[in-house]
Design a protein around this ligand. Structure first.
Ligand SMILES: [Cu+2]
Length: 341
């Protein structure tokens, strides 16, 4: 699609190998449907005038279309439908099948960030760095709810599902920085779940690969960052992280992956989604034996702080007995007086 048309239609730049084809198919379908509906409107208008009732008691002639005309129109429409399908199906195959030489990057989505892990063991949050011209395959999974990895400039979008790996691939053709969005409504900060793809020229990419300080600049691993956030946000004034100790709120030790008993007697599994919900909507589930005094953090914790806190709480899990498959029920360590020590 010519660059001026891309601009005119407010489309993002076509930065990947498939973008131009996707746009061409899109534009063709829109043009064909718009032209056909205009033709239908025009024909309707013309017939309203041409066959209007001219005098009372005068009926317009009854017109029967020729079989051949009807068949011709039906066949033409069927042909058009099949043509769209053939082009679309071929593009679908290209989009679904990564080339054999593709390099794999692992993507973990969670409320509300993207984490990219490269083959050399290093990883980064929210920033994916790739060389121009190389095929990149993304192996994606989610730690909590369904997200969707969407890079408008590459014209790719793929659901990212917990407990399952989905893949997508692209070959970036223009160096630059392109936004990554989440295209599946996934909670409070869904709209803030943004990242970017940095496409580097191959020489710059080689330099970036060799840079030993890469990803270390000002970046902590999530667990220690979560510990800092818990102190800074004063979570630790109400929550302890040691076993057995009880303050205003329940201890985080061994919380992750255990079953929590809620007021009213139901039990929930403390997974990522539960932990996140506990921060954003603390009154949704009240832990049995505690008062609903925890303030909500919706809007105050940003997406990466939330992720870091969840990761930190996860790091305090009890090491699971490899022989036991089921999460264990955590004993409620408080008396019914609200848990004051
Ligand atoms: Cu999301």
């Amino acid at each position: 699609m010519p660059a001026w048309l891309v601009k005119l239609l407010f489309l993002p730049v076509e930065a990947s190998s498939i973008a131009a084809e996707v746009d061409a198919l899109h534009a063709t379908i829109i043009t064909v449907t718009m032209v056909s509906s205009l033709a239908v409107f025009a024909a309707t208008g013309w017939m309203v005038l041409r066959f209007r009732r001219r005098a009372p008691n005068v009926t317009t002639p009854h017109i029967v279309a020729k079989r051949s005309h009807e068949a011709g129109i039906a066949l033409a429409l069927l042909f058009l439908f099949c043509a769209f399908w053939v082009v679309g199906f071929r593009q679908y195959l290209t989009i679904e099948q990564p080339p054999d030489d593709a390099r794999t990057v692992f993507v973990t989505a969670r409320q509300w960030m993207w984490k990219f892990s490269y083959a050399d063991g290093r990883s980064a949050e929210d920033v994916l760095v790739v060389p121009r011209g190389a095929a990149i395959k993304l192996a994606m999974t989610s730690r909590d709810v369904i997200h969707a990895f969407y890079v408008p400039a590459f014209r790719i979008k793929q659901d990212v599902v917990p407990g399952r790996y989905t893949t997508a691939w692209f070959r970036a053709e223009k160096a630059g920085t392109y936004p990554i969005l989440c295209a599946e409504y996934c909670g409070t900060d869904h709209s803030a779940m943004r990242g970017e793809v940095r496409v580097l020229e191959p020489v710059d990419y080689a330099r970036w690969l060799d840079d030993p300080s890469r990803d270390r600049s000002g970046e902590q691993d999530l667990v220690s960052r979560g510990r800092d956030v818990a102190v800074r946000r004063a979570c630790v004034t109400c929550h302890s992280v040691g076993a057995g100790t009880t303050t205003t709120g329940p201890s985080w030790a061994g919380l992750y992956d255990s079953y929590v008993e809620l007021r009213g007697g139901t039990r929930v599994l403390a997974d990522e989604a539960y932990l996140t919900r506990s921060m954003m909507d603390p009154n949704a589930d009240i832990v049995s034996g505690y008062q609903p005094v925890m303030p909500t953090y919706a809007g105050t914790l940003d997406a990466s702080e939330t992720a870091a806190l969840v990761e930190y709480i996860e790091s305090l899990r009890e090491p699971r007995d490899p022989g036991v498959a089921l999460p264990k029920v955590r004993a409620v360590e408080t008396s019914s007086d609200g848990g004051t020590p």
